[in-house]
Design a protein. Structure first.
Lengths: 268, 140
């Protein structure tokens, strides 16, 4: 039986969606306990409670950020599997795991087919890291296209770039046609992407490859690395699903952990 | 040839036109350079130097296509192609050389057809690039 961690609902629409999901899970007869994040208990704390109760399958229900938070705890125990029910229409798990909506997320749970993914580490915290963005113009009030001069240190080589957005990801996705450019979650590498400079309203990797001109395409950069140190001339927020999780200077690296995820397809 | 780079395959390293890279870039996969690189480039796959790109350092690869400018030596296991806008200021070792009309090379050329690819692969790739592509145009 599974333990479910729901994201904190911020409006009635999400509350109703949670009710639908819970009803579906009850029909599937796989729900043992479901908890909901709230101002007092974070998704991480609730996940730890599930582990303390000896559940071996923890299911995260919510957006990328909630899923990342639950994954960060689950990955620290190699015997535990993570289920994912994405509720965000822009979830990057659609292409990565073939889970196109919450209904599919529910349906694949009983079979418990597992794939393995790398985890990334940022300042001692673990991330499943579908992607995070470094946005000089991001504040809790909004986003502007303000630029910063970044120094990206890959060890053997260094990159200098002035840009309004950097992306660090565990899996690249081209959403223009739904094609996955890179879907290898367990290659031991994280990817640093410098989006095309003329991309407007950058608010996620899903925007990277849309409406590109030839000039845009030539300014796209992609690097693959086990570890990278990123600094800038100003302190730049590192943002995951509109939440600041750290600031530059910071180091990203592949963690000495792996995450078992319930997916449509099983890997060896 | 070069299909991997131009076809934007999964693990390609791409250096954008606004990027300045300093140091030695080593990769297992294809490398596309549209910006500026000060250092050596090494891969077991292909390298494409895009139009307007500048590499100040040597290149060691399986195939290389130069549409921009390379100031350094190129050691390519199979094919080296220099496009009409391509400039190579350095020595070349390659098995096959294609220079399109307008393309230019200033340096010595060694068509390395006697030494087979297998012979080459037995060498330690780790250190080769540092030694073999070290001399630059300025040093000659």
């Amino acid at each position: 039986m599974y333990y479910f961690v729901f994201e904190q609902p911020h409006n009635n629409q999400i509350s109703r969606l949670h009710d639908h999901i819970r009803s579906t899970l009850e029909d599937l007869k796989i729900i043992k306990e479901a908890v909901k994040a709230n101002p007092v208990q974070s998704p991480e704390e609730l996940t730890q409670e599930g582990l303390d109760k000896k559940f071996t399958t923890i299911v995260a229900v919510g957006g990328d950020n909630t899923i990342n938070k639950v994954a960060s705890i689950v990955a620290q125990n190699s015997k535990i599997a993570l289920g994912i029910i994405p509720t965000s229409p822009k979830s990057t798990f659609k292409e990565l795991l073939g889970i196109h909506n919450w209904q599919q997320g529910c349906e694949i749970l009983p079979a418990r087919k597992l794939i393995v993914s790398d985890m990334a580490e940022i300042e001692g915290s673990y991330f499943f890291l579908t992607h995070v963005e470094l946005l000089p113009g991001f504040t809790n009030e909004g986003y502007s296209s303000k630029q910063a001069s970044f120094e990206i240190d890959f060890g053997l080589y260094q990159v200098q770039i002035k840009t309004s957005s950097l992306v660090v990801t565990n899996a690249l996705i081209n959403s223009e046609n739904g094609q996955v450019i890179k879907s290898t979650l367990d290659d031991g590498l994280i990817d640093v992407v410098i989006p095309p400079q003329q991309t407007k309203n950058s608010s996620g990797l899903l925007n990277l490859f849309t409406n590109e001109t030839e000039k845009d395409k030539k300014s796209l950069s992609i690097f693959h690395t086990q570890a990278v140190q990123i600094s800038a001339d100003v302190s730049v927020p590192i943002v995951s699903e509109k939440e600041i999780i750290a600031k530059t200077p910071t180091k990203f690296k592949i963690a000495d952990l792996s995450l078992k995820i319930i997916s449509k397809k099983q890997t060896s | 040839m070069f299909k991997g780079v131009e076809g934007q395959e999964s693990n390609n390293t791409i250096i954008g036109s606004d990027v300045m890279l300093t140091g030695n870039l080593k990769s297992e996969s294809n490398i596309q350079i549209n910006g500026k690189v000060k250092g050596k480039i090494q891969t077991k796959s292909d390298v494409v130097i895009g139009e307007g790109a500048l590499v100040e350092g040597g290149i060691k690869s399986n195939n290389t296509k130069v549409t921009g400018t390379v100031q350094g030596n190129i050691d390519t296991k199979e094919d080296l192609e220099v496009s009409p806008s391509g400039r190579v200021l350095g020595d070349i070792i390659t098995q096959n050389l294609i220079i399109q009309k307008g393309g230019a090379i200033a340096g010595q050329i060694k068509m390395d057809q006697v030494q087979t690819a297998d012979d080459k692969s037995n060498k330690s790739d780790e250190e080769e690039i540092i030694e073999e592509v070290e001399p630059t145009v300025e040093e000659k």
